[in-house]
Design a protein around this ligand. Structure first.
Ligand code: BEZ
Length: 217
């Protein structure tokens, strides 16, 4: 007989919609997501304090923090651990790795934020958040989500690249191709009418065809 596995119904945030607001206890005191309005936010979860992969990630996030600041991006960490645990862990990271963690970390002991954002993958762990990244823009709109499993540390170069791509899209009204890096050519959004398709070819873009045009910024 076929076994039916019960799938729990969980909230999932949606790209392009306002990121769900919350108030949470953090290592910097009580914070609300909307306190960050006017800045971009990278809200990211890790499975647990004092674990090795998470420690490498915290060191890596701390290392890109100055580059993120230049782009008006704030970091906000989260796990289902207490503020005491977070404080002890960041002190340990500074002592053992010489890296200061300057961003706040949410102590989501009641899993309120984790449930709101669908950060718990019960198939992996019912008690830990997976490695999730939510990019929220300066108007509070959820712009990107990345989900990684417990055993794979994230790539902070890719997170920085994603911020650059999103901010380039906003500034210039363009899209970015696969493996794009700042300075590379960008994609001119495809035309929506036959007249636009005709015009497009006269506009001096580098076009392979009417639907595929690139330009330098
Ligand atoms: C770690 O951060 O090392 C880790 C955490 C949870 C599961 C596996 C690895």
């Amino acid at each position: 007989m076929e076994t039916v596995v019960e799938q729990p119904t969980v909230a999932m945030p949606r790209l392009g919609w306002p990121a769900p607001n919350f108030e949470a206890e953090t290592t910097h005191g009580t914070l609300r997501l909307d306190d960050f309005r006017g800045s971009w936010v990278i809200l990211f979860s890790h499975p647990a304090d004092f674990t090795p992969v998470c420690t490498t990630e915290f060191v890596a996030f701390a290392q890109i923090a100055p580059e993120l600041k230049k782009r008006n991006v704030e970091l906000l960490g989260l796990s289902i651990d207490s503020t005491y645990s977070h404080i002890a862990w960041v002190r340990n990271i500074e002592e053992k790795f010489g890296v200061k963690i300057t961003f706040p970390i949410i102590a989501d002991l009641d899993k309120k934020v984790a449930m709101l954002y669908g950060m718990i993958m019960p198939g992996e762990s019912k008690t830990e958040t997976s490695r999730c990244v939510f990019v929220i823009d300066d108007k509070g709109i959820l712009r990107a989500m990345i989900y990684y499993p417990l055993t794979t540390g994230r790539n902070t170069d890719e997170i920085l690249r994603l911020i650059d791509a999103l901010q380039t899209t906003d500034k210039h009204g363009v899209a970015t191709p696969a493996n794009w890096r700042p300075g590379d050519k960008v994609i001119v959004p495809p035309p929506k009418t036959t007249d636009d398709a005709e015009e497009r070819l006269k506009e001096g873009y580098e076009c392979k065809d009417w639907y595929f045009c690139m330009k330098s910024l």
